[in-house]
Design a protein around this ligand. Sequence first.
Ligand SMILES: [Zn+2]
Length: 399
Amino acid sequence: MELIDLLQALVRIPSPNPPGDTRAIADFIAEQMRALGCTVTMPAPEAKPEAVNVVATLGQGDPVIMLHAHIDTVPIAADEAGRWRFDPYGAVIDEGRVYGKGSVDDKAPLAAMMLAMQHAALTPTPSPTGRGEQNQQFQLARSGTLVLVAAAEEEVGGRLGTRWLADNGHLPLCDFIIVGEQTHNRVATAHKGVMRATVRTTGRSVHATNPDRGVNAITAMARAVLALEQYHRDLAGRVHPIVGVPTCNVGVIQGGSTANAVPDRCAVYLDRRMIPGEDPAAVQREMTDVIAALDVAPAQIEIGDFLVSNWFSSTIESPLAQAFMAATGAILKADPGPIGYLPGSDAKHLTGVTRGEMVIFGPGSYEVAHAFDEYVDIEELRTTSRILDHFIDHVLLNG
Ligand SMILES: [Zn+2]
């Protein structure tokens, strides 16, 4: 396998989610990993059997190091169709970039991780004769286990992907986990969580000739929107050193049907970003308190439909994490971080299978992911690959 050929092959196997059918790309990855001598399983949840994952294992014993990347992509959105310079599944190379849906998110880190598996499998084992032998038994040169997880369902929250894998015993307990996402090859150790919620006001509808006989649900909601704006401002006092401050955004407002009637219903949809350390249950109580403190009588107000996607945060104190920081710094010849990662990732689902630490790492920027003309810079991807190989050399192969 050569890095860019491999990336092109991965991009040319579409895996948009929805619908999230990853059978074809999982088959391709499994075949490549079996050819390296890995032990390969392809678990899929009963609730969505076409969302196939790949878990490929090399070596045995401690330490256990996981390389994780997701294999689904966002679909081609209606407003991006026709705007692509190249076929989104063509993996066209132009001026040092590979273009395509999933090229950077997340098939670029996936390709680098598959190459890292190959590097580990094919590196000669030091022999007693000192000559070095081809690694025929597919044992790593030193004790240790390298696991590639190619996960489905990340783009729709991971509940039937990585969360399901972790909860159902398909993943080993790890000493160090690298989650491939877009960090420009710097090491991210935290991302925010998200809480969604809906606020609803209820009034009484009457004809607009005499509005005072009714109860206006939109006017009541206006007070809630202003209170939520104040809440958002107050949150700016809580600062996380890497990911910044928590926020609360009123993203959608719906209410009323015609100008000549008093509206009896209004709803707003909220997006509350949590920083690491914020307890989702406490955040939910806070938001409930903001709404409960409002006087909107005789209208009624309630908040509900809470939905949580948790934050993630890790230290980088272990020898493995320190070795990864050192490998990144040495190859990048720049400050490896740690940095924050603004979007969420599957890292939040992996906290139950780590007894060590976890980082997010990969080429490119999340700002070019999920958009037309998604691309990865080839040199940057080669750097990703070199960092992973260098790290594996150091901790699993040659010391
Ligand atoms: Zn991603």
